[in-house]
Structures are given as C-alpha cells and as structure tokens.
Design a protein around this ligand. Sequence first.
Ligand code: AHR
Length: 331
Amino acid sequence: MSVQRRFAKFLGLAAVGAISIGLAACSSGGDTGSDADSGELTTVGFVAVGPEGAWREANETNVQDTFTKEAGFDLKYAPATNLDQKSQIDAFTSFVDEGVDVILLSATEASGWEDSLERAQEAEIPVILLDRGIEPDDTSLYVTRIAPDNVEVAKEVGAWAVEQFPDGGNYITLEGPAGVGVVNERNEGWNESVEGSDLVQVAAQTANWSAEEGKSVTETLLKANGNDIQLIFAQNDEMGLGAAQAVEEAGLEPGVDVKIATIDGTMAAMEALADGQLSYVHEYNPLFGETALDVVNKTLDGETVESYIIVPSEAFDSAEAAQAVLADRKY
Ligand code: AHR
C-alpha cells in the first residue's frame, strides 16, 4: 500500500476529511489500487460464499474480474467450505493476521460476526460487506454494505402480487436458508406490501436457494393443499424454477393456474419469464464489482462513504419485458 494510504489508515479512516483531501490531491493512486510511484498492489481479502447458484457465480466472478492486478489489486479469494460460517471466520481471521489492506465480506450467516469485525477494527483493516448484511447491524463495525435493497425489491414483488390478485388467493413462500439476512429482509418487504390484502399465506418453507428443493417442497405443499395454490413467492430464481416444474407435474399450468414470482434476474429465470413459466422476476443486480472497487479506493484514501450503498435493480413483469432484454443480459 502507498505511503499516502498508510498515513490515511494510521489517522483512522473515518475521521480524516481535511487530511484526506490533501492526500487524495497528491495521491497518484486515486483511481487505481496501486500507487503509481511504488507500484505496490492493494491487498484485498475476499471472504466469499462460494458455489451457491447462478446469482452467486455472477457476483463473485464480477468481483474477481474487477479487482485485477492490472487495476492495482491482489485479490485473495476465500470461498466458504460448503457454505459453512466457521470456514469464513477462519479465512477472515487469516486475512486480519496477514494484514491485508481491506476485507470484502459476503456472509453465509448474518449473526456471529462481532468478534471478527472488532479484530479487523483493532487492526485498522476496513471491512466492506457485499450483498449480505449482519445481525445485529452495527454500522460502526464496517465501512459500508453494497447491495440492492432487499426490502424494497420484495416490496415491489408483493405490490405486483396484490395487483395480480385483487380478489385474493392462496400463496406459498419458498425462502432461502434460515439465518441468512436477506431472507428476513425479503420477508419484511413482501409482508409490508401484502398486509391488508386478500392474499393468504398457506405455507412458508425454506428450499435453501435450490431448484431441486424448490421442486420437492412445492410438490409437497401442492399435495397438502389440494393444489389450491394460486401464487408462489420464491425468494430466488432457482427455487422458483423448481416450483414451476412441480406445478407442471401436478397437472397445473405455470403462469395460468399458478403465478410464480422470483428474485435475482439470472438468465435461466429471464428465459422462463419469456416462456411464461414464471410471471414476474425482480433483479437483484449482482454486478457491483466496479462500485466495490470505487468504495475500496475511496476508503483507503481516507474518504468517508455512505453506510449502505444501494445497487439499482429492475423488475420484469411480462414475457415481452424479458424478451426485450434477453439478448443483452450480462448474467
Ligand atoms: O444473498 C443473495 C441471494 O443469495 C440470492 O438471491 C440467491 O440466489 C443467492 O444464493
């Protein structure tokens, strides 16, 4: 890390407004990770989720493709072992002990991060949350969270559902894994929109972000409710695609007998929306590597940033809307 950045770190990142203006003015590394004079790379520890589905693949590939050596960074990618939080905490601890310049964290679990974040703070290593939040949310323990707004996204999904079913209907919710922050945020937004409507939740169950479990859980719930389900809110694309298979195998027509709404906006879901298998897909835009790089540079140059940086995401509510964008989709 360049001299200017070490000086900014030493002074404490969040409190050097005037000093950082001076440093930023003379820093030659303003728009890249390395300092042009020294050529040193900025070391970034990425405590990642690892293999989990199409959204995660798009997100983590985008981050790795952004923090390149050419851009001035040495990105150390540490995916979790089988989504296990302990493996993430171990990687986090190693990055602190190694003295990386900054840590990016996509948490497999929302709780249990206090000790790790306090250790990074004591070592004056800034932590930036990607996608997933922490619970309890103590913004003094990290620089910022970069993610689309799950509550707002799910509110929009719920508003679409209420509009589609003015006379109400029975629905099921397919949730992500218990303990993941975005699951609670998506339930919060959805519930805010459907409260007071005639939509009735007959079941909510995790299908662990997976198409296979989305199909098996939906099969079970359709049988348990005599197929009297008109709507499925799947908290991610894979679970919704699995649900569509179960609906068809139950002799019902997706999009006609049962409308399915999902979150993520990955290619397979957009193709299913274009084909009428899904009825609504809300993006949860994973391509925020450039935003993360900008935030890392600003942070290491002593600038302060917003505590939550919201990544814009679009909604698609028809086959035509999906067909219009399929050719240009980047994930
Ligand atoms: O945290 C984001 C969620 O994690 C995505 O919606 C899901 O597909 C991923 O596994």
